[in-house]
Design a protein around this ligand. Structure first.
Ligand code: PLP
Length: 358
């Protein structure tokens, strides 16, 4: 007889590999440039006077602060445990297990497919074209797709999505699918947001997070922006108390008028550091910069990427191997860190090329 867990586990989970987060892949390390976190650690205050009470499901002030920040209405906003929970809620709300499909455009963020698989929802794939633009015709021809995930700027290629391409897809899918624009990195390319288009497209959904530019990956807080009918549907599925009270307090402080200038300042520094990191990388023999730099990371290719990755990890410099994604053979992704970390990365790569790879 098979062990009990093997008898009982859902069929769709047997071959599923859990998301390989930085935290699962590496125990140690000193420089964490592999999860696109912010290098900044900002200070917050906690009020512990009501921690004996359950928190609000959707803390009102937090919804209002985020609506103000994103320049949308309060009833366009849902707050969740990171954007990842937004992805999960969309799939659980709008896809019937064993019947419906989501559409992804790889190379892209891995959690769309994993969330679909854990919910026994199918995954159709229309790869990006060689220039990493969307294959609009192929996307519009897909059938039986309820959610189209478009990451903009895209992780891990760092590229923008052409507005007219998204517009075509939104219109083509108007009576059959929601188009989910994942704006996890939008603060690094702020003028490209689709948030101001919500009232024009009833099938537009936007994902946001405090994990990247806001430097709050540790609190797990994300937002889904959409027309109220979509938000109300997601509220049927969300847990009763998804946002812990300390999370709501910290998120509100991060979104306050007092704190926002700090966000913009840190984004400015990261963007200019990103430019020098890109220049230093591209000056190294054999390194080819891949994609765009519209987020807080740089993607590059090197013929010995695999060895280089091992060398960096052994030196405590953790970056992200993207070489298994379509079109990204021998590609590594590095998050923009502090100037010191970026300098150490460049020094280590040069050391590898000079000494180890002779
Ligand atoms: C990091 C990331 C997320 C996850 O955000 P959380 O709010 O931390 O769950 C979602 N989408 C993309 C594209 C990301 O890179």
């Amino acid at each position: 007889m098979k062990p009990l867990v093997e008898q009982l586990i859902n069929d769709n989970l047997i071959d599923l590999k859990p998301y390989e987060s930085a935290r699962r892949l590496f125990a140690g390390g000193q420089d964490w440039l592999n999860a696109n976190e912010s290098p900044y650690n900002n200070i917050y205050q906690l009020d512990d006077s009501a921690l004996n009470r359950y928190p609000a499901c959707q803390p009102e002030e937090l919804l209002e602060s985020y609506a103000d920040y994103a320049n949308v209405e309060r009833d366009n906003v849902l707050v969740s445990r990171g954007a990842d929970e937004g992805i999960e809620l969309l799939i659980r709300t709008f896809c019937t297990p064993g019947e419906d499909n989501i559409l992804i455009c790889p190379p892209t963020y891995g959690m769309y497919a994993i969330s679909a698989q854990t919910n026994n929802v199918g995954v159709q794939s229309v790869p990006l074209k060689p220039d990493f633009s969307l294959d609009v015709d192929a996307i519009c021809q897909t059938k039986n797709v309820n959610l189209v995930f478009v990451c903009a700027p895209n992780n891990p290629t760092g590229t923008q999505v052409a507005r007219k391409d998204l517009e075509t897809i939104l219109n083509a899918m108007a009576d059959r699918a929601l188009v989910v624009v994942d704006e996890a990195y939008i603060e690094f390319d702020a003028q490209s947001t689709w948030a101001q288009e919500l009232s024009n497209y009833p099938n537009l959904v936007i994902l946001r997070t405090l994990s990247k530019a806001f430097a709050l990956a540790g609190i797990r807080c994300g937002f889904t922006l959409a027309q109220p009918a979509i938000v109300q549907a997601l509220l049927k599925v969300i847990a009763p108390y998804p946002i812990p009270e300390p999370v709501a307090q910290i998120a509100e402080q991060a979104l306050s008028q007092k704190a926002l200038p700090r966000l913009y300042e840190q984004v400015g520094i990261i963007n200019s550091e990103k430019q020098s990191l890109t220049e230093s990388l591209s000056a190294i023999d054999g390194v080819e910069i891949i994609g765009g730099q519209f987020a807080n990371f740089v993607l590059f290719r090197h013929a010995r990427a695999n060895q280089l990755m091992q060398f960096l990890v052994a030196s405590g410099m953790l970056i992200r191997d993207q070489s298994k994604q379509p079109q990204l053979q021998n590609c590594l992704r590095v998050s923009v860190g502090t100037p010191e970390q970026n300098y150490r990365l460049i020094t280590l790569i040069k050391e590898f090329l000079n000494e180890v790879a002779q």
